[in-house]
Design a protein around this ligand. Structure first.
Ligand SMILES: Cc1cc2nc3c(=O)[nH]c(=O)nc-3n(C[C@H](O)[C@H](O)[C@H](O)COP(=O)(O)O)c2cc1C
Length: 220
């Protein structure tokens, strides 16, 4: 059954343990297509995306993702050490598909007065659309910022005028994947982050949020 946007938004959850099954090419193509139909400043479309799904890529990724987010949260990550298989959990969580999202510094719009570049904003919109498209296709993803960009640049021969925005790991969640209850599924009420006309006046919604993600409930 097709899901509406709100369903996809609430169903998307960070996956840090993947099934090694490759992602089908038509799904990869859909994800890239979603990253194509995005708004960018002045429609300059500065995004440049590297698709990585081969073993030689993963060897390189392991080299520039040496300080994994997962390591920091190892004590609270329920996926860590499930099989005593450290290599599966660190660095790329066994994801069979990785996108590196960059933007071309020479292509993106710059604010004429401040000189501020819109490249990171454009690339972030691209990566967000890709992430949500992947979710709508039944794939898990994790957004990755915690990696050595300098090393990635060297190992992947990234052109000098490309800036790295982020990475997106994708794939089918492992059968034994469990969402991280400490890092996922907790959202402040709208009144915490949104304001009504001035920042000393919280925005009150007309509804009470009753959404509970069953994937995050304690096992009995
Ligand atoms: C900009 C950004 C950077 C992130 N960087 C990492 C990362 O380097 N490693 C990681 O495991 N998760 C990373 N995440 C995933 C977040 O931890 C996760 O989205 C957040 O805890 C909320 O959980 P949810 O995605 O399941 O809703 C990142 C997410 C965003 C949006």
């Amino acid at each position: 059954m097709p899901m509406d946007f709100m369903d996809i938004s609430k169903m998307r959850i960070t996956v840090r343990r993947y099934d090694p099954r490759p992602v089908e090419k038509d799904k990869i193509d859909c994800i890239l297509e979603a990253g194509r139909w995005v708004p960018t400043a002045v429609d300059y479309q500065p995004q440049r995306i590297l698709v990585m799904d081969r073993p030689e890529h993963f060897l390189k990724i392991r080299e520039f993702c040496t300080f994994s987010f997962d390591q920091k949260y190892r004590d609270i990550d329920e996926n860590a050490g499930l099989h005593g298989d450290e290599s599966h959990n660190v660095y790329y969580y066994g994801a069979p598909l990785v996108f590196l999202v960059c933007y071309d510094r020479n292509v993106c719009w710059q604010h004429p007065e401040s000189g501020e570049s819109s490249g990171l904003i454009d690339a972030t919109i691209v990566q967000t659309h890709m992430m949500l498209e992947a979710a709508s296709l039944g794939l898990g993803t994790v957004w990755i910022s915690y990696f050595d960009k300098k090393k990635a640049r060297e190992l992947l021969h990234i052109p000098e005028h490309f800036e790295i925005a982020g990475m997106l790991y994708a794939g089918y969640p492992a059968a034994d994947f469990k969402p991280n209850r400490k890092l996922s599924g907790k959202r402040y009420p709208v009144s915490h982050t949104c304001f009504d006309g001035s920042f000393d006046s919280p925005y009150e919604t007309s509804y009470t949020d009753t959404f509970k993600d069953s994937r995050l409930e304690e096992e009995k």
